[in-house]
Design a binder for this molecule. Structure first.
Ligand code: JFT
Length: 448
């Protein structure tokens, strides 16, 4: 692989005599030539710049001098030739672009200074080489040399033999995972009061692997959230998904990528989407024998636009919504009684059945869209709802929350048991005109 680096400051490229790139040059893997642009001038002052056409500050580099320098470099190479031009207005240099460049035969890097290189240089050479105008990042340098050094190191290390083979395997696993790397440690075991996380020295390789994966997820969420939104869902296992949920990202069924999610109090602007969500989640929780007419009657009575508007207007109702990917994916409706009274007395509240010293709060609805089952969404929504109810009943030492759920819905009962609810009694429950058997579950709102 041949690099021709052209600049008025070729001494910038002396660093490429060091380290792995220097070794690779000695072994003939990389053929790097630094050139002084002024070698192609003919005037006594060795002038490479002139005033900008159309006016303005500073100077612009002359195309005629650059033309002679680049022509010389092109004649010295062959095969796939790339003319790389660092510029603040170029496309950001990526690992993908470096991988592509590592398959070229020659890369010529034209490093300008001042206000830049006359635009006709890039235009002209597009006809006889691949022209790649790139930027190192969104910050301002005084010229292209530092970008050229970065490009040579990033591309050079992808040439077989430049870096050990083990390294390239590591690289692949990470660039393909699309995550930032986990933190690394070495001896001493304790340094300035800081210790190595014990999971890494425990000898439990499975636990160490999981710990590193979780730290990579933490860092990526914190530092590069756009990379999380671009993750391929197919590369995420059950544990990744559960951990991502704890960091505020859900991966619903058949979604291509994780979605940013939040749980918050519902507001009036959520109502239309909540009504649509309620209409598609309520039938999921009904017993299979229930008639569509009964289901429709219930939705019309309790889950209509008007009903939700009333819940939101009434301070006794605590309405909490899970938003994922910008739209509601789940919601809860809870009813606070007056003082330390009983909410839902006429609905079968287990008053007298549970021990309490405070209100008996009814958790009337907990619904999560089918696509979000098993994503951690339900537990998240439940925790946030219980935290709100805890807050709302903080005047009392021992408030209790209760709910009724269809006796045949084992999945729901399992989810409620996981959230700390226990069966306390049963009730008959009317949906439309049909009688249903429900189990009544309850839990203390506050657990020590
Ligand atoms: C800055 C540069 C890169 C990259 C090439 C040339 C002149 C100075 C300059 C500064 C601000 C506006 C010109 C360059 C870069 C980066 C690259 C030149 N300048 N116009 N700055 N920051 N990431 N690559 Cl030629």
């Amino acid at each position: 692989m041949r690099f021709d680096l052209i600049s008025v400051f070729p001494e910038f490229f002396d660093v490429l005599k060091l380290s792995l790139v220097g070794k690779a040059r000695e072994h003939g893997l990389l053929d790097i030539h630094a050139h002084n642009l002024r070698d192609w001038t003919t005037d006594p002052h060795r002038t490479v710049d002139d005033t900008p056409a159309g006016g303005g500050a500073g100077m612009v580099m002359r195309p005629d001098i650059w033309g002679k320098a680049i022509d010389t470099a092109l004649r010295a190479g062959s095969g796939r030739q790339v003319l790389a031009i660092p510029t603040p207005s170029g496309t950001p240099l990526t690992q993908r672009a470096c991988e592509d460049l590592s398959h070229a035969d020659q890369v010529i890097v034209a490093c300008g200074r001042y206000e830049g290189i006359d635009a006709r240089v890039a235009q002209h050479y597009a006809g006889q080489a691949e022209v790649f105008e790139f930027s190192l990042g969104d910050y301002v340098l005084n010229g292209g040399e530092i970008a050229a050094v970065a490009l040579v190191e990033a591309v050079g290390r992808l040439i077989p033999g430049v870096v050990g083979n083990a390294q390239s395997l590591v690289e692949e696993s990470f660039s393909e995972a699309g995550l930032l790397e986990y933190p690394v440690y070495t001896r001493p075991e304790e340094w300035r009061g800081l210790t190595i996380p014990s999971v890494l020295t425990s000898g439990d390789h499975g636990a160490a692997r999981r710990w590193r994966r979780d730290r990579a997820l933490d860092r990526t969420v914190e530092r590069r959230p756009e990379m999380i939104a671009a993750l391929d869902a197919a590369t995420l296992d059950k544990k990744d998904r559960r951990y991502l949920a704890s960091l505020g990202y859900l991966v619903p069924k058949s979604a291509p990528h994780p979605e940013r999610a939040e749980v918050r109090p519902a507001s009036a602007s959520d109502v239309p989407a909540l009504v649509a969500l309620a209409a598609r989640t309520f039938p999921d929780a009904c017993p299979p024998a229930m008639s569509p007419a009964s289901i429709a009657a219930f939705i019309n009575e309790h889950l209509s636009e008007r009903a939700f508007a009333e819940y939101l207007a009434d301070p006794h109702w605590v309405t909490t919504v899970l938003i994922s990917g910008g739209r509601p994916a789940g919601y809860t409706l809870a009813l606070l009684p007056e003082g330390n009274g009983v909410a839902g007395a006429e609905d079968g509240a287990p008053d007298g059945v549970v021990e309490r010293d405070g209100p008996l709060v009814e958790l009337s609805k907990v619904y999560v869209d089918r696509a979000y089952r098993g994503t951690g969404a339900t537990a998240w929504l439940m925790d946030a709802t219980l935290a709100r109810l805890d807050e709302a009943t903080s005047d009392y030492p021992r408030p209790v929350v209760w709910l009724g759920t269809n006796a045949g819905n084992r999945r729901a009962q399992h989810a409620y048991r996981k959230a700390g609810f226990e069966k306390v009694t049963t009730r008959e429950f009317l949906v439309g005109e049909e009688r249903n058997s429900d189990v009544v579950m309850a839990r203390p709102l506050r657990v020590a």
